[in-house]
Design a protein around this ligand. Structure first.
Ligand SMILES: NC(=O)c1ccc[n+]([C@@H]2O[C@H](COP(=O)([O-])OP(=O)(O)OC[C@H]3O[C@@H](n4cnc5c(N)ncnc54)[C@H](O)[C@@H]3O)[C@@H](O)[C@H]2O)c1
Length: 432
């Protein structure tokens, strides 16, 4: 039954007032609702759920977090936006068990993206999973496998993929506007990020199931920095700015340049600015050799001077000129000696997240692939992960994309696959 037909059938069961209300678009007939289960009620989980709520057909019967304080914030959001008090659980498997959940929103730290996504696919739920797709390349491959085997719609939460001006810039690159592109530069220089200090190890706060927060990650004594938000700067849970921001910017670069994988990747950097207990580099450069172009990624914490007045951005250099894009807009600059066209600037567009979520919801209904389908999400998250693999091994990685292995480099391959702390096991993990 198509969506309008389903709505009409549902409306037949309603009172005249309710039917009039649905018809006016103020409410959505029950048969047309999408019931979202939120896993991870932190900053992004609540932001994503609020975006889902912009769509009248979305309900949320259950929220999950391992921290009571975060759960309370998730509950408050649902109450404020929809008026109901959702069920609360600390074990995400109880969300996936529920028959009244159609869609699972995974907004946990990166080390906890793969398992909920795979289990949700196995249970016949569709998934909106935050970026990067997973903590490692091998987990991402297992997620693609789960989505395909169980015929699920899985969208990664890289919202700029739905940004109108990003799309226009990508289209300009792809149409040959700046000629043949042979160099791409991505950079993110963040003066708003800084030292997180040296807090002492200790006990997790009351109301936190810390063992469940760690999940498949190695056992580690609780430290306030290895927890909400700052987990990003620890290798056990994430990949630092290389994956946190890299995924957003490399996503636009790969969208424009296509899915031919890199052949070689190297990376340098270090902790040159921060004096704290974080692990990931505050300064990093990764260099990629793709078959027809080179790409560089650069990040810096604690200072924000960027290229062409932009603290972050993506810069494509072609034979006829350059195209530069960030959230403020995009511009094209002709190659001075050719000048086949005039320089031009185009404004940025509004927040891309509503369109990204809307695309996902539409695909849940139509069963089409979403714009940031899990397979592309896996490919481009992998590009970001390879920067870290090269950095952590200190070697140039020769990438065998067909096998998703580094050639002749066991240490690199150990970072590409993943070891889960028992009893957690990831279904569909190659070689497991
Ligand atoms: N798309 C974007 O622009 C964007 C922006 C920010 C964050 N993110 C992504 O969103 C994810 C979350 O980031 P954040 O900044 O919201 O982090 P956060 O620490 O604020 O929130 C994560 C939440 O997940 C909870 N959690 C941990 N393990 C859990 C488990 N097993 N079950 C249920 N809940 C669990 C934590 O207690 C916490 O409340 C990350 O993967 C991040 O990369 C995306």
């Amino acid at each position: 039954m198509g969506a309008p037909a389903a709505a009409a059938a549902g409306a037949a069961m309603l009172s005249a007032n309710e039917a009039a209300s649905y018809a006016s678009g103020r409410q959505v007939a029950p048969s047309n609702r999408l019931r979202v289960g939120l896993i991870g009620c932190g900053g992004m989980g609540r932001g994503d759920l609020a975006t889902f709520f912009l769509n009248p057909e979305v309900d949320c019967p259950i929220v999950c977090d391992v921290d009571d304080a975060m759960l309370a914030q998730g509950v408050a959001l649902v109450k404020q936006q929809r008026g109901n008090t959702p069920a609360t659980v600390k074990d995400f498997r109880r969300v996936i068990d529920r028959k009244d959940v159609d869609v699972v929103l995974v907004a946990t730290p990166d080390h906890w993206h793969a398992l909920p996504t795979v289990y949700a696919c196995q249970a016949g739920k569709d998934v909106y999973c935050e970026k990067p797709l997973a903590k490692t390349i091998a987990e991402g491959r297992a997620m693609v496998e789960a989505a395909r085997r169980h015929n699920r719609v899985v969208q990664m939460g890289t919202q700029w993929r739905s940004g109108i001006h990003f799309g226009a810039a990508v289209e300009a690159v792809r149409s040959g506007r700046i000629g043949k592109v042979r160099q791409v530069r991505c950079w993110a220089f963040h003066d708003w990020l800084g030292d997180v200090g040296h807090p002492k190890d200790g006990m997790p706060p009351a109301g936190v199931d810390y063992d469940m927060w760690l999940g498949p990650a190695p056992k580690h004594v609780f430290n306030p920095n290895r927890f909400h938000f700052n987990f990003r700067w620890f290798w056990d849970y994430a990949g630092g700015l290389m994956t946190d921001w890299g995924v957003h910017l490399l996503n636009i670069a790969m969208w424009a340049m296509g899915t031919d994988p890199p052949k070689h990747v190297s990376s340098i950097g270090g902790k040159f600015a921060l004096d704290d207990n974080s692990e990931t580099p505050d300064t990093q450069t990764a260099i990629y050799e793709f078959p027809t172009y080179t790409l560089t990624w650069e990040h810096r914490v604690g200072s924000g001077l960027g290229m062409n007045g932009r603290t972050w951005g993506i810069w494509f250099t072609g034979s006829d000129g350059a195209l530069i894009v960030d959230d403020a807009g995009w511009e094209i600059i002709p190659e001075p000696k050719k000048k086949r066209w005039e320089a031009a600037k185009f404004p940025g567009s509004v927040d891309a997240r509503p369109a990204h979520v809307r695309n996902f919801l539409d695909c849940v209904k139509s069963r089409q692939k979403p714009v940031e389908d899990v397979e592309f999400g896996h490919f481009m998250s992998g590009v970001a992960h390879l920067g870290n693999v090269a950095y952590r091994t200190g070697r140039t990685i020769t990438w065998d994309a067909a096998k998703e292995r580094a050639v002749g480099d066991p240490a690199a391959n150990a970072l590409i696959t993943c070891q889960y702390r028992r009893p957690w096991r990831l279904p569909y993990l190659k070689g497991a």
